[in-house]
Write a protein that binds this ligand. Structure first.
Ligand SMILES: [Zn+2]
Length: 372
């Protein structure tokens, strides 16, 4: 669906810097070698970003748990290579941004600002040298875990191993602060969030997390932890994925139907079969026939987080192209981003507040941590 906005809301959406803090579109590049310049049935591509008025897209380098701590770095580097191949194919439509100044410059040229992020500390294979390499290659942030706990940091969707962060985990936070990489707390366990907000010397974010008081998914944020992230000066980006925003939807999937639970099922795959297996997992999973929740649910998360964390600390991390995971009714792709501006305005949010949520807040944190 695409929305027809009234002229005032259209002007607001066009004026706002629209920042989506998380997508998994790089998976489609490494698995299917898609051309993002062409319109597709997927949730993001260049024509769709343009139609949706999205100015900044954060691209996650996510590595499936099956790669384990021996092959994850290789898989991450392949995605970074695919990211740069995409940028060089469309220099007139998209540009790299690693600082707030670069975001403003690229967006000012009428292009999509592409921001590189690592999703899951598995990718560093317990090696700070690899973390530094990712930073040198333009990665601006890292979520510490994905679905599974690591040797040094616990995930919200797996058994704990370190009661939060291990000693090495604390070194990772210090090194990320030194490298000016933003620490991203989506997916980690509650004790990790509590420890990182104390340790980090820079604002931290949860790029794609929603409110636990609306949907009790383990990877959502309690009001207290959302406030703790805000207290660092950071931002929470609201996730749009059905099982993360809607309690009834999550309940119907059941504990084992959750995508993150499926990712954690133990699997042994020979190294030379990993890419094929990862492609099959991405293509074959994550279909369900549970009814889509209303789009209003997303807006409820935004409003709730604004109430508990403050208007300067909420943004959007829609999680598009996460393995074709179903989205709320009427919201099918980044083309539908104007629905967010429209919905928040209709529910009475001021224009200034809408601009902050749509991207102003993420730009501020990016500037504080990355410079520019
Ligand atoms: Zn994620």
């Amino acid at each position: 669906m695409s929305v027809t906005l009234d002229p005032r809301t259209r002007a607001l959406h066009d004026r706002a810097l629209v920042w989506d803090a998380h997508c998994d579109t790089l998976q489609r590049l490494v698995v299917d070698d898609v051309d993002l310049g062409l319109p597709s049935q997927a949730q993001a591509d260049l024509p769709a970003w343009h139609a949706g008025g999205v100015d900044v897209q954060v691209f996650a380098v996510w590595v499936d748990t099956i790669y384990g701590s021996d092959h994850a770095t290789r898989r991450a580097f392949e995605q970074i290579a695919a990211f740069y191949k995409f940028l060089s194919a469309y220099p007139d439509q998209v540009g790299l941004a690693t600082t707030a100044a670069e975001v403003r410059r690229v967006v000012g040229q009428g292009k999509l600002a592409a921001v590189l992020a690592i999703e899951g500390g598995l990718a560093i294979q317990n090696d700070l040298g690899v973390l530094r390499s990712f930073a040198r290659l333009g990665a601006t942030s890292m979520t510490l875990t994905h679905s599974a706990s690591l040797d040094w940091v616990d995930s919200s969707t797996d058994a704990p191993r370190s009661h939060g962060l291990s000693a090495f985990g604390r070194e990772v936070i210090a090194e990320m602060n030194r490298l000016r990489m933003i620490v991203d707390l989506s997916h980690v366990s509650d004790p990790v969030i509590e420890q990182v907000v104390e340790l980090s010397t820079a604002p931290v974010i949860a790029s794609h997390s929603s409110a636990k008081s609306i949907c009790a998914h383990p990877r959502n944020l309690t009001d207290r932890l959302a406030r703790a992230i805000a207290d660092t000066g950071g931002v929470v980006g609201v996730n749009f994925v059905n099982e993360i925003i809607d309690q009834a939807y999550y309940d119907q999937l059941g504990k084992h139907g959750s995508v993150l639970a499926m990712l954690n099922q133990p699997t042994r795959i020979p190294p030379d079969q990993l890419d094929r297996a990862a492609a099959e997992r991405l293509r074959g999973w994550f279909q369900d026939d549970v009814a889509r929740p209303p789009f209003e649910r997303v807006l409820e998360h935004v409003e709730h987080l604004v109430r508990v964390a403050g208007i300067d600390h909420v943004g959007i991390g829609a999680d598009m192209d996460a393995c074709r995971i179903p989205l709320p009714a009427g919201f099918d792709s980044v083309r539908d981003f104007p629905m967010i501006t429209d919905g928040l305005s209709r529910r009475g949010m001021s224009d200034d507040a809408v601009e902050k949520v749509m991207g102003g807040n993420f730009l501020r944190v990016f500037g504080e941590v990355r410079g520019g």
